[in-house]
Design a binder for this molecule. Structure first.
Ligand code: ATP
Ligand code: MG
Length: 401
């Protein structure tokens, strides 16, 4: 008898009424996706819970990943026993013995989710608690402030015994709130922005602009690694890799230096919009935070935003850089983000960018830019990396260089 199951709770979803079934299905599929590498496990949906059968897998391999999947409120390791009082007693004893820390007091909390079970929960508490007392030393019952609470959940096909619960990430399961195209650079901010949209159930595709040969294979690999990390939160992100060298060269040759950044951003936004529209994606997400750099003043955002009428979601707008860094560390993207590989935005770009670029001037200078031609060309050259097939991704990267 051992912890061979995990009970997964998603309380908040109950509030979602008739959406509930599709939420549960999505959560189930996200959990399966994230835990795919752990051999042997089975994930099932029962009434109001998801149950994971470990089938011999080490619980340590599932606890970490489960903490990061959105839509999970909490989860507990569980011992599954038959619906027999003697089995419940043995299971509870085992759970007490495996409890961490110094357990001197306990209480049994039985929940009879399966009402036809012939013994009521109060009687079960006594029978199970009595058995534990009879088979341990120096341990007492304390119904008010116990060191350990043993939960005994009687369901139709089996009883699950659990002690402590791990906190989940909350939020909504990725894939239940439509889709956004995340503008993913290799920096610190955009992965965090992606994470926050995922927390609200958003499914992501990512778009990355790169400028070979000025940006390297390693810079590209970094973006792939960041997207893979985001997938650990329940996503299946594809990356649209957009060639941006020709556009940047053209802008450098044709636009005044203090407007190059603005025009470059407007080009990025036009391309992202086209891809989003073609793929039925409802909007674009970026890692902008107000006032952080020249391209992120409200004046700048106003001028860049003009080229699309898709909603642009900027989850970090009000966050300070330090808050973003803290969150990046928490979600495990920071170490990758700070690797010092060049970004397409930093090559060629002069340092005299306007902090208040007007739309009027942007229109004036774009007369010299072949906007449509370069948008089409970039779209033609875009390749899609599907991270669910990693071998293909590695091959695609090799083929490119
Ligand atoms: P980040 O840390 O996300 O790179 P940042 O503080 O460096 O952000 P900028 O370089 O001004 O800020 O970029 C603002 C946003 O524009 C980024 O958060 C990202 O969403 C998008 N972006 C920038 N560069 C790229 C790129 N090469 N490919 C895709 N999106 C990009
Ligand atoms: Mg950046």
């Amino acid at each position: 008898m051992k912890y061979d199951h995990v009970l997964i709770r998603y309380g908040e979803l109950a509030l979602k009424g008739k959406n509930r079934v599709s939420f549960e299905k999505q959560l189930l599929s996200n959990i399966r996706q994230v835990l795919k590498p752990v051999e042997g496990i089975k994930v099932k949906r029962t009434f109001g819970r998801i149950v994971l059968e470990l089938n011999g897998a080490d619980p340590a391999n599932v606890i970490g990943p489960l903490k990061h999947i959105f839509g999970i409120h909490s989860f507990s390791l569980a011992i599954r026993v038959d619906n027999e009082v003697s089995e419940m007693q043995k299971g509870a004893l085992k759970a007490i013995k495996e409890s961490e820390g110094d357990v001197r007091t306990f209480k049994i909390v039985t929940r009879r989710a399966y009402k036809p079970f012939p013994i009521d929960s109060q009687t079960l508490n006594h029978k199970i608690g009595g058995f534990v007392l009879a088979n341990t030393e120096d341990i007492k019952v304390d119904v008010h402030h116990p060191d350990a609470i043993i939960h005994v959940e009687v369901r139709e096909t089996a009883t699950y015994i659990t002690t402590s619960a791990f906190k989940g990430s909350g939020g909504l399961p990725a894939g239940t709130s439509g889709k956004l195209l995340l503008m993913l650079s290799g920096g610190i901010d955009s992965p965090v922005a992606g994470y926050l949209t995922m927390k609200r159930g958003v499914d992501l595709e990512a778009i990355h602009f790169h400028s070979p040969p000025y940006t390297s294979e390693r810079a590209k690999q970094k973006v792939i690694d960041l997207a893979k990390r985001l997938n650990q939160f329940g996503g299946q992100i594809k990356i649209h890799m957009v060639p941006f060298t020709d556009i940047q060269t053209h802008i450098r040759d044709e636009a005044p230096s203090n407007f190059q950044m603005t025009i470059m951003r407007r080009m990025m936004m036009r391309i992202a919009s086209r891809i989003a529209e073609e793929r039925n994606i409802q909007g674009i997400a970026t890692g902008d935070s107000i006032g952080q750099v020249a391209s992120q003043t409200l004046h700048s955002i106003q001028t860049i935003n003009e080229v699309t009428n898709l909603p642009i979601i900027r989850p970090l707008v009000t966050m300070d850089k330090l808050e973003v860094i803290e969150m990046a560390k928490h979600i495990g993207t920071y170490e990758t983000s700070i690797l010092p590989y060049e970004d397409c935005c930093t090559i060629f770009l002069p340092s005299d960018s306007k902090t208040r670029p007007s739309r009027k001037h942007a229109h004036k200078f774009e007369q010299y830019i072949k906007v449509d031609h370069y948008v089409e060309k970039a779209l033609e050259g875009t390749e899609i990396l599907d991270l669910t097939n990693l071998d293909e991704v590695e091959q695609a990267i090799e083929d490119l260089f």
